[in-house]
Design a protein around this ligand. Sequence first.
Ligand code: TPP
Length: 533
Amino acid sequence: MDMANSQLLLLGDEAIAQAAIDAGISGIYAYPGTPSTEITEYVQASALARKKGIRSAWSVNEKTAFEAALGMSYAGKRAMVCMKHVGLNVAADPFMNAAITGVNGGLLVVSADDPSMHSSQNEQDSRYYANFAMIPVLEPSSQQEAYDMVFYGFRLSELFRLPVMLRITTRLAHSRAGVMRTNALEQNKVSLPENPGQFILLPSNARKNYASLLSVQPELSQAGSSSGFVSRIEGSNHATGVIACGLAWNYYREAEQRLNPGFPVLVIRQYPVSAELIRDFAKETGELLILEEGYPFLEHWIKGVFDVPVKIRGRLDGSIPRTGELNPDHVLAALAQPTAPEFNVPAVAIPRPPALCKGCGHADLYLALNEAIEKYGKGRVFSDIGCYTLGAFPPFNAIDTCVDMGASITMALGAAEAGLIPAVAVIGDSTFTHSGMTGLLEAVNNNTPVTILISDNSTTGMTGGQSSAAEGRLQQICLGLGVDPDHLITIEPLKKNHSLNTAIIARELEYQGVSLIISARECIQTAIRKKRN
Ligand SMILES: Cc1ncc(C[n+]2csc(CCOP(=O)(O)OP(=O)(O)O)c2C)c(N)n1
């Protein structure tokens, strides 16, 4: 439906996607990652996006996604690039440098943080990255604001000619609310940057661009203070002034129902903010309580840079727990109020660790690997991130590391060079093309004695079964990277092949060079889905 001013019930992720379609993007670039995946999936499923010719295929990783989006911006069109928070680590090089080149068409970077680590290996706060790059950040407190901020973000990006970050967190990404759409914007036409040197970051150009990035900072702070995304709410109890950032405002509003009278609140949904704004607010209050989802980002600024003459409480002084998501009880406790039992989430299910699906090929691979490697003792299996990471749990207890996407092959390489031979890497097909291929080239170049198992289920299983970049071509790619054809073997992880597969792995563990085993069987979930359709 292409109707402006219609209301839709949308996830935060979907609100961002719908807004991007309406705000005239020409392309969305992304690699899947919870809690950001549904943004791209929504655009991929949208008939309106198809009609408008918006490109939306998955990228190979976050760095390629970012660079392609920057290229689209260079050509004058609006682009959005989306990732989970750790994806921004992968895209950090183009991200930091895009702040120096600036943009041509509007560029919005959506980074989805995961406080409490519901499905991530850390809870890093993307606002630090935006601050590091010195670009604006928008942090919505509702699905409607997420929608509106996409429009505003593109306007801001094209006004200041800088990338703009939209930072969201899991609760907003994955909860639904009514969202009112506004009038759609046309896509930009292709147009080259006015300054032909803008995107050539030779030192002579980069120094100029960096100086102009620095000079625009006061204006960015002013934009934050006047956009409507920084607002004041009155409250008659001036003992404490509450500063609530993004989604944290909701937790305060829930807690506020039990506060009488309420406190004055400064709601911040855009950064950078000006020091004067915070100082003026602080002047009227006895102390400040900073509520923010993630790290004590603003709290650090207020304490360390803004020179605010009142006591500052938050995550740093223990008023709010240092880690994890906020909740209304945290707010009440920090304001010395009794906590409210109705805010507790009832335990409706007994928590249990996630497990591999019944009939999963990863399981059969681990059974064979465990048997083949047993005689060498524990501690030799460097795994990666994907469904196969569940091999860490019983009954397999098959892996010893999981650090970041792509780390399996390179960590095995380093451990082998330290003398831990045999060393094994286990990596999924999507993770291999995301960031494992360079590690394989390094192992081939050094002829390092490592046994690499690509557990190939022909999909990106962990994030819901998106396409995998090298489907059907893994063997060719590995040969192209220089793996010896005598040590490039494909096995089928099935119960009936257990003895054969165990023998193949055992033989390759003996080999004093790079051996690569592709364990190929379709993901049981995608196979079931295909049958149903
Ligand atoms: C840098 C980064 N990007 C994205 C993710 C989210 N993520 C975790 S595993 C994974 C891919 C898993 O696919 P694959 O390697 O094929 O293994 P499978 O889950 O299919 O077994 C993704 C996209 C992440 N953890 N880190």
